[in-house]
Design a binder for this molecule. Structure first.
Ligand code: GRF
Length: 191
């Protein structure tokens, strides 16, 4: 059986990058089964780039003004770096089905709702507006339909009466920091 240590992952971000931060923390653990070898970002002003810089993780910034060109650059980088798994973490660009079919590397995403509920944006606001009793977060495989691939792991939390979109976001982020590393381990252990 192939040894599980040292699978290479690439994390794609667009902004704050706190999930990237939590994945770096996990990768630094002694028995971690993955390394973060590459960060991809579409926004040169993304706060999250600071975590790549601090931890000396190579990063590529490509702005997606020409999506075809950006996706080609990413495919080259991912292939050269022998990436085993791509993890989208707050990556706000939609990857084309050409990219998803062409790249051989599997892709996961973390989405802040109990999928299949609330695909797309403003998930916390929509859950509060609909007076839902629960919300949560989902790690799923990425296919060419938005937020629709196979669910790897999901975690549910209660929405309190006094929660608003901001407080709910905060609570959900906290559970994401635990769920994403667990989902990555689960996924990597299956191949
Ligand atoms: C997270 O809530 C994630 O579920 C969603 O975007 C947010 C990213 O936050 N896809 P951060 O950039 O990791 O802080």
């Amino acid at each position: 059986m192939e040894k599980l240590t040292g699978k290479n992952i690439s994390v794609f971000i667009s902004g704050r990058g706190t999930n990237l931060r939590s994945l770096i923390k996990e990768a630094k653990k002694k028995n971690s089964i993955f390394n973060i070898k590459l960060v991809i970002c579409n926004n040169e002003n993304a706060k999250g780039l600071v975590y790549a810089k601090k931890n000396k993780i190579p990063f590529l910034i490509t702005d997606f003004k020409d999506r075809k060109k950006s996706e080609k650059l990413i495919i080259d980088k991912v292939t050269k770096n022998k990436i085993d798994l791509i993890c989208l973490a707050g990556f706000m660009k939609i990857l084309s089905s050409h990219f998803i079919n062409k790249i051989k590397t599997p892709i996961l995403n973390i989405h802040p709702s109990l999928l299949p509920k609330y695909k797309g944006l403003n998930t916390h606001f929509r859950a509060i507006k609909n007076k839902d009793k629960f919300s949560g977060t989902t790690v799923h495989a990425v296919n060419s339909k938005l937020d629709s691939g196979k669910i790897i792991l999901q975690k549910k939390i209660k929405i309190n009466k006094n929660d608003n979109a901001k407080t709910l976001e905060k609570k959900i982020l906290k559970i994401e920091y635990k769920l994403y590393p667990r989902a990555i381990k689960k996924f990597l252990s299956s191949f």
